[in-house]
Design a protein around this ligand. Structure first.
Ligand SMILES: *Cc1c(COP(=O)(O)O)cnc(C)c1O
Length: 381
């Protein structure tokens, strides 16, 4: 079956009792056991829940994995992957990783003796140089935030495996509709389901998908032991969102590509960072690694200062001023004052995050309306 057919049918069996086309939402926290010391498929909803299981089955199919685990948030999913390591183990992470992942690795899991080194994952020699004999996990993100940096997943998998480490990929921006890291050699795929998988800004969730049963068993143990599972109502909403994932993402990518090309022609714009433009440093790798489209996130730099960019992001109406991304509603933000405000000014400079930078999450509204909204902001600045 094709991707979009699986998104609708795998995991979503009709209810055998009632014939309901949509499976019921299982809110029960506990399940009657066949006997004392005998276990059915489900016993307690932290350990397993039919509604969560349905979503995990769909996700495993879409990513081409053997199994998936769903969590209360994207950060809970990432935490589980790192919490499987032990004191003295080392993680090499891309320097463009999500801010919450940066904080987790530097202020939480470091307390358990798990060390971290950041390296520019778009430069494979630098990534490899950061690996030590203690490195157990390489963690990358593609496209990266906010410069839409593209990391060569297949090459990173080869490097990680040559050094006996696992490769984890935060694939939140790409979604399985565009990139399937497990097929490229990665061991773990992570998603903030809060973003494109849910797709409607109405749930929090995260997921890990793996290729091998033994890795699933280890992660399942940690998830069940720490308990940050996705609730049944959120799992239901996410399953509902995923049915239209490919259609949403493809349409949003088309609009993002058109906006990127239009912005690149605007003389008030310093530059546009979008992997679908031929001048983007990651364009060639993205063309190989992404499935015919380049994502619906784009960043551009306005000519002018911090205050001008601030005025710009406050002047749009359809593009709502908010962090997060990936939903049907378009969002706009200024990384320097919002998503990356916790960076010190010199760290922002080091990461190429300028004051005039503006990040768009392109939604499902009509292209013409979104362009008109940005035109208003250009006139107001
Ligand atoms: C949002 C996000 C996360 C964290 O997910 P939450 O659901 O907010 O916990 C991780 N990685 C990326 C790339 C994200 O955009």
């Amino acid at each position: 079956m094709q991707f979009r057919t699986r998104a609708i049918h795998v995991g979503n069996q009709r209810c055998p009792e009632t014939g309901a086309v949509v499976p019921p939402i299982h809110l029960a926290s506990t399940f009657v056991q066949p006997g004392a010391g005998e276990w059915g498929e489900f016993d307690y909803s932290r350990s397993g829940n039919p509604t969560r299981k349905a979503l995990e089955t769909t996700l495993a199919s879409l990513e081409g994995g053997c199994a998936a685990l769903c969590f209360a948030s994207g950060m809970a999913a990432t935490h589980c992957a790192v919490a499987m390591l032990s004191s003295g183990d080392h993680v090499v992470a891309g320097s463009d990783i999500y801010g919450g992942t940066y904080r987790l690795l530097h202020q939480v899991t470091n307390r358990a003796g798990i060390n971290v080194t950041l390296a520019d994952s778009t430069d494979l020699a630098k990534l490899e140089a950061a690996i030590t004999p203690a490195t157990k996990l390489v963690w990358i993100e593609s496209p990266g935030n906010p410069r839409m940096t593209i990391t060569d997943i297949a090459a990173c998998a080869e490097i990680a495996h040559r050094h006996g480490a696992l490769l984890g990929v935060d694939s939140t921006f790409a979604t399985p509709a565009l990139t399937r890291p497990l097929e490229l050699g990665a061991d773990i795929v992570m998603h903030s389901a809060t973003k494109y998988l849910g797709g409607h800004s109405d749930l929090m969730g995260g997921a890990l998908v793996v290729r091998e049963q033994s890795l699933y068993d280890e992660l399942y143990f940690v998830q069940n032991a720490t308990g940050a599972i996705m609730g049944a109502l959120d799992a239901f909403l996410c399953s509902r969102g995923i049915k239209t994932l490919e259609l949403r993402v493809r349409e949003q990518c088309q609009t993002a590509q058109r906006l990127a090309e239009w912005l690149a022609e605007n003389d008030q714009v310093e530059r546009v960072l979008y992997p679908g433009l031929a001048d983007h440093p990651g364009h060639d790798v993205a063309s190989r690694q992404m499935d015919g489209a380049f994502g619906a996130m784009l960043t551009f730099e306005l000519k002018g200062d911090y205050a001008m960019a601030q005025r710009f992001v406050e002047s749009t109406e359809l593009f709502q001023l908010a962090v997060s991304l990936g939903a049907v509603e378009s969002l706009i933000e200024q990384p320097a004052s919002m998503s990356h405000a916790s960076y010190a000014a010199e760290d922002r400079a080091k990461h190429g995050i300028t004051d005039g930078m503006i990040r768009l999450s392109v939604g499902l509204e009509a292209y013409e309306d979104l362009q008109a909204d940005l035109e208003r902001a250009f006139a107001a600045r």
